[in-house]
Design a binder for this molecule. Structure first.
Ligand SMILES: [Zn+2]
Length: 378
């Protein structure tokens, strides 16, 4: 009789082949046709391994989103993945070297998709089914540009589930799962002043650049490391000529928060900014792009199950808080226990050295399978 964890290690080459198949179907977010073709390849893998067809959520601009359902058990698990990548077609070669696989999206996050697919296949083949589980795979096409067309679908689907597992990459170095993530606020601040000759009519002007400078100091001053709130003014722009008092200026605002309350407080602080220069006008546009993914008691419990699952396989699993956001922020924002980072160990998301460590593929697939078993047994 095959032991479940051995199953994945004996299937390592097949997992790699599937990952290669999915990676070769390049899927840059803005290219609907390519993303849809990748979706078809993905649907082919689900059909081949699990015998299921997708429910297709047609999109006009982005690639279509796909949902697969397996099992009829009581415990409803959402496995949340995206199959778009940040890479233009042909930009990154696919190379295997020294136990690592390099290529567009191998780490973010096509390996995570393959692992989850095989985790379920392993349960079906070795354990004879998915007793106690109803698993929904939601595969979206636009995570890399902020999930504009998929957010509602993600939230609707998550509301019908008990837990959400996101198979994005784990933390580099430790391989830790991500049990909390910052919320992200994104704004643009525009200042309008009044232009005049910097020599002869200086007093008649209202400098938008000076006003912007005041606002930047104020905004940057909202950073408070002790509670994990940061503000970054990443881009500034303003003025036209050396000798003209500038009538317009703008900057971008990127803030990160750890809790929902702090997110609300920061939204209010940014949206209620007032000009300090007489006659200047300011306008802010934007909002909380992703709510924070908070580590609740239910999240801690879910992590406990994952840690025990890892011990059963033979390794220690850690958890971590992460600055960046993912689609897990949306589901956690609804209060549904969500953990991210079940993907493959590797490095270089959105970077030229994007890769995964091939030996980790079967190990992390086993982790998902053993966690699913524990969830079913609860
Ligand atoms: Zn990703």
């Amino acid at each position: 009789m095959t032991i479940l964890k051995d199953y994945f290690f004996t299937k390592k080459e097949e997992l790699k082949e599937d990952l290669l198949t999915l990676t070769r179907a390049e899927s840059p977010t803005p290219d609907k046709q390519m993303v849809d073709e990748c979706g078809q390849v993905l649907a082919g893998l689900f059909k081949q391994h699990l015998g299921v067809e997708p429910e297709v959520f047609k999109q006009d601009v982005q690639g279509d989103h796909l949902k697969f359902k397996i099992g009829k058990g009581k415990k409803k698990v959402l496995i949340l993945v995206h199959f778009d990548t940040v890479w233009d077609a042909g930009r990154l070669p696919i190379v295997e070297k020294e136990g690592k696989l390099y290529g567009p999206g191998v780490f973010d996050m096509k390996s995570g998709i393959i692992q989850a697919l095989w985790a379920v296949k392993g349960l079906v083949e070795v354990e004879g089914g998915l007793e106690g589980l109803e698993i929904t795979f939601l595969c979206t096409s636009d995570e890399e540009i902020g999930s504009v067309s998929s957010r509602d679908l993600i939230e609707e689907t998550a509301k019908m589930c008990d837990v959400v597992l996101v198979t994005e990459a784990p933390v580099h170095g430790s391989g830790a799962l991500k049990t909390s993530r910052n919320g992200v606020g994104i704004y643009e601040l525009t200042v309008k002043g009044h232009s005049s000759h910097a020599g002869s009519h200086h007093a008649d002007g209202i400098s938008a650049v000076k006003e912007l400078a005041h606002q930047i100091i104020k905004l940057e001053g909202m950073t408070d490391y002790s509670i994990g709130t940061t503000v970054n003014i990443g881009v500034i722009e303003g003025g036209t000529r050396l000798n003209v008092v500038p009538d317009s200026a703008r900057c971008t605002i990127d803030f990160r928060v750890k809790t929902k309350e702090e997110g609300e407080r920061m939204v209010k602080a940014v949206e209620s900014l007032e000009p300090l220069t007489e006659g200047a006008k300011i306008e802010v546009e934007g909002g909380l792009n992703r709510p924070p993914m908070e580590r609740t008691e239910a999240t801690a419990h879910l992590f406990g199950l994952a840690r025990d699952a890892a011990r059963e396989i033979g390794f220690e699993l850690e958890e971590a808080h992460i600055g960046g956001g993912s689609d897990g922020n949306f589901t956690a924002g609804l209060g549904i226990p969500t953990i991210d980072g079940f993907g493959c160990y590797g490095d270089g998301a959105h970077a030229e050295h994007e890769h995964i460590v091939l030996d980790e593929l079967p190990k992390r697939a086993a982790l998902i399978a053993y966690l699913l078993k524990r969830l079913a047994a609860e």
